[in-house]
Ligand binder design. Structure first.
Ligand code: HEM
Length: 455
């Protein structure tokens, strides 16, 4: 594309080489790095080499299971408020509701409270939507392409200042606001840690500031790096988690039998009160629904890498090259874009079996096909690539899981979901999102029926 060589990969052995085994030969794509640096500043998504290793080491220690367990009660309490808010929307027992909008609100609140100990939206009042912001990423990528064509590689902020689009300017304003707010929060936490008052705070920002203060000089993040990680986490977490949650609700609305089975499992585990981390983690069908949905419907369809030197890409089974010869490896020049087919691999019949295209949660309740078990793709979760793998895999995947499961738990304990009159379709974008067919703005109307207790 634009004079570059590209290769699209879904073969597990080749994927494993790109994201894990030989990852030093493949770097995060330039466009993605420049876009995320433009959006968030110097953070994990845009850094490479030693800077990336340093930032990642610090952040990984925060996303540990024990920290997640500590944050679960906060997330569970927002789940309860969310369930009550939906109940208040349906005074007559059933109604068509834009559940995507509610997923956006509850995910933002859960992430705001867990990451920053900051409430973006207490979910108790009507708020104005801003659907125009949904297509901001497209405009940002156009701005970056424009910068690239003009050879502006060192000063990406320049692109956002000069690109002739109101949406890019609004996105820049949003980013500037987030940065300013992030700085205030970081300074606040620094003061509170230094005075000893912050010791009890469990949110991710407080823990990050605490760990950073205790780190060796050479491992410590700079002030700008600290602020940038926070906006990266908020943006990286909200869009992906929201759209994945919406996909789960939509899929279950279309599959009433699976929905009923899930409801019975939830009710037998906990029919009143808030679920604990152990209760949420111990529900096999909820887990199967979660894994199957992230497998069949990954919210990010592809990620790109670029070869840093000439390299050899091994493949699982011999393939035919352009000259008609069967080969076991492909020779790649320096500068080739390797497109990691997340969606393509997750639905590969060669790996997952003939029913790979079907959404079938039961597959996770019996042994998976041999290829899934024995030919690792490098994917960090259940051999799927939804959260990628290797040294740039998603650090928040366990957090996303507990958050989404708590939302499903609350919804299906109390409501029955079914399709509304409007047809919902899924749009391919940087992160796939739902809309009503032939409409541009993100939305997902579903029929919501109150069937259980809201206690
Ligand atoms: C269903 C929800 C999510 C999906 C599908 C998802 C997907 C991904 C993917 C595909 C990557 C790899 C990007 C790359 O190759 O450069 C990634 C990286 C990342 N994700 Fe997630 N993510 C989700 C939720 C979250 C959450 C909840 C957080 C934090 C609370 C988070 C934080 C991050 C960060 C910081 C990175 C960069 C890691 C690095 O470069 O070392 N994500 N995510």
């Amino acid at each position: 594309m634009f004079g570059n060589k590209m290769i699209y990969v879904t073969d597990p052995v080749a994927l494993n080489a790109v994201i894990a085994k030989n990852n030093q030969h493949y770097e995060e794509a330039y466009d993605f790095r420049i876009a995320t640096r433009l959006l968030f500043g110097p953070s994990l998504l845009s850094s490479t080499g030693e800077a990336h290793r340093k930032e990642r080491r610090l952040l990984l220690s925060i996303f540990s299971t024990s920290n997640l367990r500590d944050l679960t009660p906060v997330v569970a309490s927002i789940g309860t408020v969310f369930r009550k808010a939906i109940t208040s929307q349906i005074p007559n027992g059933s109604k068509d509701i834009d559940m995507h909008r509610w997923c956006t609100r509850v995910v933002l609140e859960m992430i705001g409270r867990a990451v920053l100990d900051y409430s973006f939206d207490p979910l108790n009042e009507e708020i104005e939507d801003d659907p125009a912001l949904y297509d901001v990423p497209l405009h940002f990528f156009l701005a970056i392409l424009w910068a690239k064509l003009l050879g502006i590689t060192k000063t990406p902020q320049f692109a956002a200042d000069w690109y002739p689009s109101v949406k890019v300017k609004r996105a820049k304003k949003l980013w500037d606001t987030l940065w300013d707010r992030g700085e205030v929060l970081v300074n606040e936490r620094l003061a509170s840690e230094n005075s000893g008052e912050g010791k009890m705070r469990k949110d991710i920002l407080s823990t990050l500031v605490r760990i950073n203060l205790a780190a060796n000089e050479k491992d410590r993040l700079t002030h700008d790096e600290l602020v940038a990680q926070i906006s990266t986490i908020i943006f990286g977490a909200v869009d992906t988690t929201t759209n994945t949650t919406s996909r789960m609700l939509h899929t279950l609305a279309l599959n009433p039998e699976a929905q009923e089975r899930l409801r019975l499992e939830i009710l037998s585990a906990c029919s009143i009160g808030e679920p604990s981390y152990e209760q949420i983690s111990g529900l096999p069908f909820l887990d199967a629904v979660y894994r199957e949905t992230i497998r069949a419907y990954p919210s990010v369809h592809v990620m790109n890498r670029e070869t840093q030197r000439p390299t050899i890409l091994p493949v699982w089974r011999p393939i035919e090259d352009s000259k008609g010869r069967m080969v076991n490896e492909i020779i790649l020049d320096k500068g080739v874009t390797v497109t990691i087919g997340i969606h393509g691999y997750n639905r590969s019949k060669a790996v997952w079996g003939e029913d790979a295209e079907e959404w079938r949660p039961e597959r996770w309740l019996s042994p998976l096909p041999e290829a899934v078990r024995n030919v690792p793709s490098g994917g960090i979760m259940s051999n799927t690539l939804t959260f990628m793998g290797g040294h740039r895999s998603c650090i928040g995947f366990k957090y996303a899981e507990i958050q989404i499961k708590i939302i499903l738990f609350n919804i299906f304990r109390t409501f029955k979901l079914s399709p509304a009159n409007a047809e919902v379709v899924w749009n391919t974008s940087r992160v796939a999102f739902p809309s009503v067919k032939n409409e541009d703005d993100a939305s997902m109307p579903l029929r919501v029926e109150l069937i259980g207790t809201t206690a």
